[in-house]
Design a protein around this ligand. Structure first.
Ligand SMILES: Nc1ncnc2c1ncn2[C@@H]1O[C@H](COP(=O)(O)OP(=O)(O)OP(=O)(O)O)[C@@H](O)[C@H]1O
Ligand SMILES: [Mg+2]
Length: 234
């Protein structure tokens, strides 16, 4: 059974449907990447999962159960965490406080989890007392991902984690995402840096105008000349 199973999803904002019959799944342990042109509806897929877009038709199953219209704290408790495309840290709070905010649904002692996050993102440890807003873009992205990982999610939703970062940070963030996946966390990631993302993905989906255009393994999408030319920047 897939961990996440989206079937025939129609979803959007107010009266307008942006997604028009999307089908997408993520198996346990998989890394799945969504690519496609600007405005294709990639972010709307993630927002639909997290209750931030209006689902009008179709189903979204997580572990076989519907998660449509679940509150975000319920989603987090069920094991889904979401890192939005922008404004994904609390800029005036310290790095450590940002991580602690991520543990808001945990009642237990989560200090060991903070230590685990610092192991995963070593640059954050030395900056633990600094306001997150003073960090570089790449380090802020680490804080945002670290906060999501505070509850040991089963599925991590990432919206363009490398957008606007320098090439060095792009490489670092991708390497960390690969590590997180190897620790057993399933990943559904939207990426404009399509080629490196598909290189490490198990599978990828190409979306355009709110519909599925192509779906294949990462290597097959990369090696398809038509897809490369139309959607992956040649
Ligand atoms: N909150 C909103 N209210 C109304 N329309 C929205 C809202 N958010 C997005 N849209 C519209 O939905 C469409 C799809 O947007 P979406 O953000 O899902 O695209 P995307 O594929 O993530 O694009 P990008 O690559 O630019 O991030 C766009 O036409 C956008 O203008
Ligand atoms: Mg987007």
């Amino acid at each position: 059974m897939p961990l996440l199973d989206i079937r025939d999803l129609y979803s959007g904002y107010r009266e307008v449907d942006i997604l028009k019959g999307i089908n997408l799944s993520v198996d346990p342990g998989e890394m799945v990447v969504i690519v496609g042109p600007n405005g294709a509806g990639k972010s709307t897929v993630l927002k639909s999962l997290f209750g931030l877009a209006t689902v009008r038709q179709g189903s979204i199953l997580f572990n076989g159960k519907s998660i449509v219209n679940l509150r975000s704290d319920k989603l987090v408790r069920a094991g889904i965490c979401y890192v939005p495309q922008t404004q994904n840290v609390f800029p005036t709070l310290s790095v450590q406080e940002n991580l602690e905010m991520g543990a808001f649904v945990r009642k237990d002692d989560f200090r060991h989890q903070v230590a685990k996050i610092y192991d995963l993102f070593p640059p954050l440890k030395e900056k633990r007392s600094q306001p997150a807003g003073t960090l570089s873009g790449g380090q802020r992205q680490m804080v945002a991902m670290g906060r999501a990982l505070m509850v040991d999610p089963k599925l991590l939703l990432l919206d363009e984690p490398t957008a606007g970062l320098s090439p060095l940070y792009v490489e670092q963030i991708f390497a960390i995402i690969d590590d997180i996946n190897k620790l057993g966390v399933s990943i559904l990631m939207v990426e404009q840096n399509a080629k490196p993302a598909l290189r490490m993905a198990d599978r990828g989906y190409v979306l355009a105008m709110g519909t599925n255009r192509h779906e294949d393994t990462g290597p097959n999408l990369l090696n398809n000349p038509q897809i490369a030319e139309m959607f992956l920047g040649g």
